[in-house]
Design a protein around this ligand. Structure first.
Ligand SMILES: Nc1nc2c(c(=O)[nH]1)N[C@H]1C(S)=C(S)[C@@H](COP(=O)(O)OP(=O)(O)OC[C@H]3O[C@@H](n4cnc5c(=O)[nH]c(N)nc54)[C@H](O)[C@@H]3O)O[C@H]1N2
Ligand SMILES: Nc1nc2c(c(=O)[nH]1)N[C@H]1C(S)=C(S)[C@@H](COP(=O)(O)OP(=O)(O)OC[C@H]3O[C@@H](n4cnc5c(=O)[nH]c(N)nc54)[C@H](O)[C@@H]3O)O[C@H]1N2
Ligand code: SF4
Ligand SMILES: [Mo]
Length: 740
């Protein structure tokens, strides 16, 4: 007999981590509603939450491993699938070496407890230089800047939105995206509260976005020129000598080098490049200096540009020198219960090796995904011949998707660990589908580290795992076991066996429990764990238990199970110098790699600009490339339109709704025009994640609302040379009326 009831969990679709209440009966979801008592979201949800039901029920969602045959896809057993992975990868490695096998890990990996805990062993087992992920089309500049300044790639500051009086948002649209590297569900309500306490919200974006609509001031910047705006702001701060490093002062180096570098620029020239009046930039600099509780936040639009690395570095520096870094109401650091900046995650490293063809630098063992297609198609030693994708759809998500689409078709072998037969996985030889989010437990190991409040929330599975299905972590573990190198020594083999047995025994939940207990808010003494920590090979545990700033409040998995609304661990706290992770425990504001890169920005200051620049956008009813198979999310007015300014439309004789032909160096698409004064003249916008019209996908609803892919226009050669981040915005394009 099945039963029903109310199930509390955290939505895993984006970084906001909203609490939801799922009403269910007899194994079916009846409704999904906001949880008013959730410690973080306090009753906020967005329209995507109900898509968890659609995703769970979707007949197109794969339930069994699929194998491509000349006559189409056939369902096979897990055992047969893993045998084939072992044999085919083994053969390719024997002929071409380990680097012939690449990995691309997509965004939902980060929102998945099991995948987060299992992906490390999987990557180590594949042992390849060709490791790629969505990081290099996203937050890589944050990570490089955090690594260089604060000593850890995951020590990324978040806006203390609930206590600030001046919030400056550069290249982010949190009203649509719910915020990123800023877990702030109900962002609009938080801005209402900011307004109620007399504060101001400023948006800097080439499009007058949904966030700009609730802002007190809007700067319509020219795409890709934020580095010059930041230099101009810093110029004014330095020129007036208004430096305030607050409590960081004794721990900071490089201030003079930064000042010299900034003052070398001509502020008028900088302002002209951004298309913003110099007087407005000066006024903003003065506001930032005058307001004790202020912050400058930059996100995807600030990262995915030619000088994304410089832009993020200068954003951190601007916060630091105006006294807004690591201070209440400024940019602060979350201290989650499971802290990736302590014992688990590597600090990061840069440029230890380079990609084979274009010689792009690695960051923390990853290469820029803009290089993936050429690594597949360029012959020679080290050519990529096989690929694993994990929760990623690079054909729609990465630059020059058309080229990658063609490259994937050339692979000798491809495996997609994915829920769908979509634009990328249709090239796979095997698709291995994991369970649905409602069939597994959930805890945001990564994203809790970037929330605007310290909270811990655990969701048990709602539904039992169906017979014959596997979780992501089980799929990853199976592949890892079959591909890893057997240790040479007897003791190595024994310790691996023990490790496997422990991991199997604990599972993700047991591991989480252990991480919670040993973490900052865990159990006070953890005697057995201290004992364990003394053993060789348990260095991480030792490091954790040594941490002097633990505040044990008895946080365990059981404690979280007893708290379906989550546990509140308090507001953000000052973290420095305590958590500075650089080897010399100091913050260098002017690392050589960034200062040197300023020459690159200076060199193009007066180069001609494209007459039309293409940028992206997000919509609250869409999630990257993969929720378009939910009828209730795609219904209504088509959203994949080309936004264009009335002047640009008139110049081209384009009426609202007309079909335009958009061409870039790498491709052409035809798409309906949406004329709006909300976009700057000379700028056009297409959302990303569309383009479901490709042959061979199994996405009934999405295919009927196919749209076109912006990444068929985005140029893979345009990258931020410093960090390797793809330049997804500011693509030079031509737009004409389509001949029909
Ligand atoms: N032009 C342009 N391009 C962009 C962006 C942009 O702003 N403009 N944004 C970039 C950003 S920020 C990101 S993060 C990337 C995203 O890029 P990707 O991560 O490559 O793409 P997603 O659309 O998130 O695809 C997720 C895939 O994972 C599958 N999936 C979902 N949940 C699970 C799960 O639990 N397990 C498994 N195994 N699979 C699952 C889905 O079916 C889908 O195929 O796109 C980037 N691309
Ligand atoms: N509804 C919804 N929510 C999402 C997602 C989604 O696809 N849909 N994706 C999730 C993911 S993976 C991420 S990473 C986050 C991203 O979260 P956000 O960073 O908030 O993402 P966007 O809405 O793309 O905002 C980027 C903004 O940068 C602007 N921009 C473009 N070029 C430039 C430029 O050169 N300079 C400046 N100053 N601005 C520029 C764009 O117009 C856009 O408004 O959102 C997450 N949340
Ligand atoms: S904003 Fe929407 S998608 Fe994001 S966590 Fe909340 S309900 Fe889920
Ligand atoms: Mo992202």
């Amino acid at each position: 007999m099945m039963r029903g009831g109310l199930h509390h969990r955290t939505c895993c679709l984006c970084e906001a981590m909203c609490g939801i209440v799922v009403e269910h009966r007899d194994g079916a979801v009846i409704s999904i509603k906001p949880n008013r008592d959730d410690v973080l979201s306090r009753g906020h949800i967005c329209p995507k939450a109900v898509a968890l039901k659609d995703l769970h029920d979707d007949p197109d969602r794969l339930r069994k491993p699929l194998r491509r045959t000349p006559d189409g896809w056939e369902e096979i057993s897990w055992a047969a699938a893993f045998d084939e992975v072992e044999a085919r990868i083994g053969d390719i490695r024997a002929r071409h070496g380990n680097d012939a096998v690449a990995i691309y890990a997509g965004n939902p990996t980060v929102h998945n407890l099991g995948a987060m805990l299992g992906v490390g062993d999987f990557i180590r087992a594949v042992r390849t230089k060709n490791l790629y992920s969505a990081t290099s089309v996203d937050q890589l500049p944050h990570m490089v800047a955090s690594w260089a300044l604060f000593g850890h790639q995951f020590l990324m500051p978040v806006p203390d939105v609930d206590r600030t009086q001046l919030f400056v948002c550069i290249g982010g649209n949190p009203v649509a995206s719910a915020g990123s590297i800023m877990g702030a569900p109900g962002f609009e309500k938080r801005i209402d509260a900011l307004h109620a306490r007399g504060g101001r919200f400023v948006v800097i974006d080439p499009r007058r976005t949904e966030s700009a609509a609730i802002a007190d001031e809007y700067f319509g910047i020219r795409p890709g020129t934020d580095v010059y705006l930041l230099l101009a702001l810093l110029h004014e701060v330095f020129k007036r000598g208004r430096i305030d490093l607050a409590h960081l002062a004794p721990h900071v180096d490089g201030l003079e080098a930064l000042r010299q570098a900034v003052l070398g620029f001509d502020p008028q020239e900088l302002a002209a490049r951004t298309s913003l009046p110099h007087s407005r930039i000066i006024a903003l600099a003065h506001d930032l200096v005058a307001e004790p509780r202020a912050l400058v936040y930059g996100r995807v639009g600030a990262c995915t540009q030619e000088f994304g690395g410089l832009t993020l570095w200068l954003i951190y520096c601007l916060n630091a020198v105006t006294g807004h870094l690591d201070r209440e109401g400024g940019m602060m650091f979350a201290e989650p219960a499971v802290d990736l900046t302590r014992a688990y995650g590597s600090r990061g490293h840069y440029g230890k090796f380079h990609s084979r063809v274009r010689k792009l630098p690695e960051f923390s063992n990853e290469l820029p995904v803009a290089a993936l297609a050429e690594e597949i198609t360029t012959q020679g030693q080290g050519q990529v011949r096989a690929l694993f994708t994990l929760a990623g759809n690079p054909v729609l998500s990465t630059p020059n998707g058309g080229q990658l689409d063609a490259a994937l078709a050339q692979l000798e072998f491809m495996v997609s660990i994915d829920l769908y037969l979509n634009e990328s996985s249709r090239h796979a030889h095997l698709i291995l589908p994991p369970t649905s989010p409602l069939e597994r437990s959930h805890y945001d190991i990564a994203l809790s580290g970037f929330a605007v409040r310290n909270v811990a929330k655990y969701s048990p599975p709602l539904f039992a795992k169906p017979a014959g299905s596997l979780h992501d972590h089980e799929i990853l573990a199976q592949i890892a076991q079959r591909l890893r190198k057997a240790p040479g020594s007897m003791s190595g083999r024994v310790s691996l066996m023990v490790k496997d047995a422990v991991a199997r025994r604990l599972g993700p939940d047991g591991t989480l429990d252990w991480m919670l207990k040993t973490g900052r808010y865990g159990v006070p003494n953890a005697g057995t764990m201290k004992l364990l920590g003394a053993l060789p090979g348990f260095g991480a545990l030792r490091k954790l238990m040594r941490a002097t700033d633990r505040r044990p409040v008895g946080l365990t998995l059981q404690r979280l199970l007893d708290a379906p609304n989550g546990v509140d661990l308090g507001a953000l706290e000052a973290a420095f110098p305590r958590r500075i992770a650089t080897p010399n425990r100091r913050i260098d504001l002017a690392p050589a790699m960034f200062v040197a890169d300023l020459d690159r920005a200076a060199a193009v200051l007066d180069e001609p600009l494209p007459s039309l620049a293409l940028i992206g956008r997000r919509h609250v009813r869409s999630n990257n490339s993969w929720l378009h198979n939910s009828q209730r999310l795609v219904k209504g007015k088509p959203r994949c339109t080309l936004m264009l300014h009335p002047d640009d439309a008139a110049d081209r004789g384009l009426a609202d709704g007309a079909i335009a032909r958009v061409a870039s160096r790498v491709g052409t698409v035809e798409v309906a025009v949406e004329i709006t004064p909300d976009i700057q003249p000379g700028v056009v916008s297409l959302p990303h994640g569309w383009g479901h019209g490709r042959a061979g996908v199994r996405l009934g609803i999405a295919s009927a609302h196919a749209g076109v892919s912006i990444n068929d226009l985005v140029d893979e050669r345009r990258i931020d040379a410093l960090t390797g981040t793809a330049v997804l915005n500011g693509t030079p394009v031509e737009v004409v009326a389509a001949r029909r």
